[in-house]
Every structure is written in structure tokens, then in C-alpha cells.
Design a protein around this ligand. Structure first.
Ligand SMILES: Nc1ncnc2c1ncn2[C@@H]1O[C@H](COP(=O)(O)OP(=O)(O)OP(=O)(O)O)[C@@H](O)[C@H]1O
Ligand SMILES: [Mg+2]
Length: 254
């Protein structure tokens, strides 16, 4: 197994006037390629702070972060955003789609950030990704014309467009009802079966139950870290979806 994510004694402090909040206190964690991790813990325990660190969205106060063999804790901003768009995909609770853009255009957004020129090939990939997440008949819809579950599926397709090593999801089902949440989790499970590493924050036990590994945080530290054997069984039962995703992402688009 290869470690895709490795953090060593990571500390994050927020200074607000005279008060210092120690949001992460010397956290060490390794995630191997192909893992599906749920990050749990009470409000304020540091889950989003950790996810933001893993997503290179913020810098640590101390400690090291090695992403795909590169030490990203000290590199400059340009290289950091390059790494972010190359290795990472993001899914948020509130979907974060651009309202004026269509489904396909929203899926294209990370390519634009990467400085990629849009052409027929990129368009085809985005259409295929939309089809893969079941939105083939909604290509020209805008976010307002979609349900919450559909919007989150656009976000999933968008997170895949760069063929990332790791998908980071902060409460991806937080705004969805339980049936729609299950559909989204099925999709994340299939992505994981297709080889994508997933690290997901959730408050809900039902949602964490889909993950193969459950990490609980408390007061900025990891309190427990356990394999979830029952999720493995569920994964073994899931069918083939990987083949279409792999072939779809196989060809370089740049
Ligand atoms: N930008 C910030 N400035 C100052 N303090 C912050 C900032 N972001 C987070 N914190 C503090 O860091 C701690 C951890 O916050 P974090 O958002 O990581 O918690 P969380 O586990 O994601 O909680 P929730 O479940 O409510 O989303 C909290 O005490 C919070 O108040
Ligand atoms: Mg949070």
C-alpha cells in the first residue's frame, strides 16, 4: 500500500486578539491509497480544520504534511494551488456550485482553475462524468433547477474531473434527506471501489457506517481510529462502475 496522505505532529492554532485556539494539537495520521475514512467528533473538535489542512486550503502552525510524496507544508502558494488542483477533489455540504453555470460548465470549473484550455475533449469528459452520476438528462440545467441530491452529484462529478488522488468531503450529506443521502453515499462507495481515496467528515453514525475506517476526534486530537469491517462487506457487494470511470478518466486531457 502507498500512503497518499501523511501528516506528522500537525498543529493549527488560531490567534484571536489575546486568545489562542488550539484547533489541532500535534495530530499524526497516514491514509493509504484506496482508503475510505470518516472523520467524526463533536462540534469544535477540529474536523473541518483537519480537512482544510489535508485540502491545502490552510497552512499548519507546526508539523509536516506529505501529500503524494511531496512535503506541502512549506511550499509556496503557486505550487500549493497546483498541487491542490492536481491531487485533490472537494465536495462540500452546501455543494458550492456556480449558479449562473450549467451542470456541464460547473463540472468544467476545476479545469479552468488549472489553466486548462476547454475544448471538445474536455467537454466530452464533463458530459460523460455528468452521465456517470446520473445527470445525462440535465446537462444544461442550472443549479437552481436541480434538487439537492442532483446538485451534490454535480459536485461529485466536478470533484472527479481532474482525476484526483484524494476526494475530501465535509459533511456531503448534511443538507440532504436520508434517502438522498444514501444515494450519495452509494456513489461515494462506488468511487472508492474504483480506487479513489475518500476522506469525509460527518456527524452521523449512519453515514460514517459506509466508510472503511472511522477516526474520532476530540479537542483537536485523534481519540480513536478503527477499521469498520461491516463497510468492507458492503463494498464487496457493490457492482462494477469502476470500469467506466477508469476508462473515462484514462486519457490525459491536456
Ligand atoms: N478561522 C478560525 N479562527 C479562529 N478559530 C477557529 C477558526 N476556525 C476554527 N476555529 C476554532 O477551532 C476549533 C475547531 O473548529 P472546526 O471548525 O475544525 O470544528 P469541527 O469539528 O469542524 O466542528 P463542527 O462539527 O461544528 O463543524 C473550534 O474551537 C473553532 O472555534
Ligand atoms: Mg466542521
Amino acid at each position: 500500500m502507498t500512503a497518499v496522505v501523511r501528516i506528522e505532529k500537525l498543529t493549527k492554532e488560531y490567534r484571536l486578539e489575546s486568545v489562542t485556539v488550539r484547533a489541532l494539537r500535534s495530530v499524526s495520521l497516514t491514509v493509504e491509497q484506496g482508503e475510505f475514512v470518516a472523520l467524526m467528533g463533536p462540534s469544535g473538535s477540529g474536523k473541518s480544520t483537519l480537512l482544510n489542512q489535508l485540502g491545502c486550503l490552510d497552512r499548519p502552525t507546526n508539523g509536516r504534511y506529505i501529500l503524494a510524496n511531496e512535503d506541502v507544508s512549506r511550499i509556496d502558494d503557486d505550487r500549493l494551488s497546483e498541487i491542490r488542483s492536481k491531487y485533490l477533489g472537494f465536495i462540500f455540504q452546501s455543494y458550492n456550485l456556480l449558479p449562473q453555470y450549467t451542470v456541464v460548465e460547473n463540472i468544467e470549473v476545476p479545469l479552468l482553475y488549472q489553466g486548462c484550455r476547454l475544448n471538445e475533449k474536455t467537454r466530452l469528459r464533463c458530459v460523460q462524468l455528468a452521465q456517470l452520476v446520473g445527470l445525462g438528462d440535465r446537462l444544461d440545467h442550472r443549479p437552481m433547477q436541480l434538487s439537492g441530491g442532483q446538485q451534490q452529484r454535480v459536485a461529485i462529478a466536478r470533484s472527479l474531473v481532474n482525476d484526483p488522488h484524494v476526494i475530501l468531503a465535509d459533511e456531503p450529506t448534511g443538507n440532504l434527506d436520508s434517502r438522498t443521502s444514501d444515494e450519495i453515499m452509494q456513489m461515494l462507495m462506488k468511487l472508492n471501489d474504483a480506487g479513489k481515496t475518500i476522506i469525509m467528515v460527518t456527524h452521523e453514525n449512519d453515514i460514517a457506517a459506509w466508510a472503511k475506517r472511522i477516526i474520532r476526534m476530540r479537542d483537536g486530537q485523534i481519540e480513536s481510529d478503527e477499521q469498520n469491517v461491516r463497510a468492507e462487506i458492503r463494498h464487496e457487494m457493490s457492482g462494477a462502475f469502476s470500469a467506466s470511470l477508469s476508462s473515462l478518466l484514462a486519457e490525459a486531457i491536456r
